[in-house]
Design a protein around this ligand. Sequence first.
Ligand SMILES: [Zn+2]
Length: 114
Amino acid sequence: MICAVCGNEMKIIPAGISKKTGKPYTSFMACPNKCVQPKGNPAPTPVQSFAGNLTEEARQTHIDKAVEAKRNGINASVALNNAVNLYKGDLTMTADIVLKTAEIFLTWLDGKTK
Ligand SMILES: [Zn+2]
């Protein structure tokens, strides 16, 4: 059985006694993500679940890419700012050296934030 909410394979929770209420319960299916299953709705077909998963995955991939791009932009900006600040303290630095220094900062930052 597949979770109607997230599309994950549901797990069988064996019958037992509730730690909360002390009352016995029969075995039931539960989503590992603890999704609350909608009542009265039929479980989605495998195709629906697959499409749902795909959309969620595609969405997450998109979000991950956006976060990555934003972090890349922030890191590059911070690295360049630091190199320019160094340049302000040593105006004999050439633009090439400033940019190379920025790249060194960027490599260090990427190593720390990725
Ligand atoms: Zn779920």
